[in-house]
Design a protein around this ligand. Structure first.
Ligand code: F6R
Length: 266
């Protein structure tokens, strides 16, 4: 795992967007795993900007989102399909047929999960997976006790997740109770993982995910098993980490990050 600490949420999202852009320029056929949520909005803003100003080309890229609520049609403004259309797809030159999200309205949800796994495999697997982290440590909707080898499946959302996202629905009671999510095992098979976390409310869980023991109670700790995982945090989300000097040293010395070392530290 590599940990990159940036001064603020904008700089952190900017770095993530630059990594995505670099990968996409290097491989126009990139299979990109996408996440939703508040934290990712800034990343998508930057990618849209890069498309407009630097002609970042999405025409050959294929995408797979991590998750979708069960029972919400794509027309629902809280569905993740709607989120992706609104924040990214509609604003770039991606072919809608190349964008994939689980169908939370499928009659046979188990079958839908199987088909989603097969679709990922048919595309040759995910090259780069974007991830956020929930307050209980979920990646995707892999809530506490998710098996570290789990595959795409239906998960019940925990009270912490319901509380985290309830405002968008106008209250917890109106929120779906379940979601289809890629499994922890599915995520671990991606060639590269890039997790973004910002804000002081994520500081505790970020420290547990990076420096704590690997546990099914905190799904994000499974990323410690991934051969190529980069975690990008702002100073606020990094506040509870103990080895920050080491992380900064790596970032300052690793050639891969040379072109990203432009920002001054506070
Ligand atoms: C959403 C997802 C979730 C979010 C996480 C953080 O597709 O996979 O794991 O990334 O809940 O959400 P925010 O950014 O809203 O705090």
């Amino acid at each position: 795992m590599e940990v990159i600490i940036q001064p603020d949420p904008d700089a952190a999202a900017g770095l993530v967007a630059r990594v995505v852009a670099r990968e996409l320029r290097g491989n126009p056929h990139l299979v990109l795993g996408l996440a939703t949520g508040k934290t990712m909005e800034r990343v998508y803003q930057r990618l849209v900007q890069k498309h407009r100003e630097q002609k970042l080309d999405f025409s050959l890229c294929r995408t797979f989102n991590l998750d979708e609520y069960v029972g919400l049609p794509s027309s629902d403004r809280n569905s993740y399909r709607h989120y992706m259309d609104h924040h990214l797809f509609r604003h770039v030159n991606i072919d809608p047929r190349n964008t994939h999200l689980p169908n939370g309205m499928a009659e046979d949800l188990d079958r839908e999960c199987e088909l989603y796994e097969k679709a990922i495999l048919r595309c040759g697997g995910i090259d780069l997976q974007l991830l956020g982290i929930g307050k209980a440590g979920h990646i995707g909707f892999n809530e506490p006790l998710s098996a570290l080898r789990s595959r795409t499946r239906v998960k019940a959302l925990t009270p912490i997740t319901l509380a985290q996202n309830a405002a968008l629905f106008g209250g917890e009671k109106k929120m779906p109770r379940r979601a289809i999510t890629m499994g922890v095992g599915t995520i671990l098979e991606c060639r590269r993982c890039l997790l973004l976390a910002t804000g002081e409310e994520k500081a505790d869980i970020v420290a547990r995910a990076i420096e704590g023991p690997i546990s099914g109670m905190v799904s994000a700790t499974a990323l410690q098993l991934h051969a190529r995982c980069t975690v990008v945090v702002d100073e606020a989300a990094a506040a509870k980490l103990t080895e920050v000097d080491y992380y900064r040293w790596i970032f300052d010395n690793e050639p891969e990050w040379r072109e990203f070392r432009t920002l001054k530290r506070p």
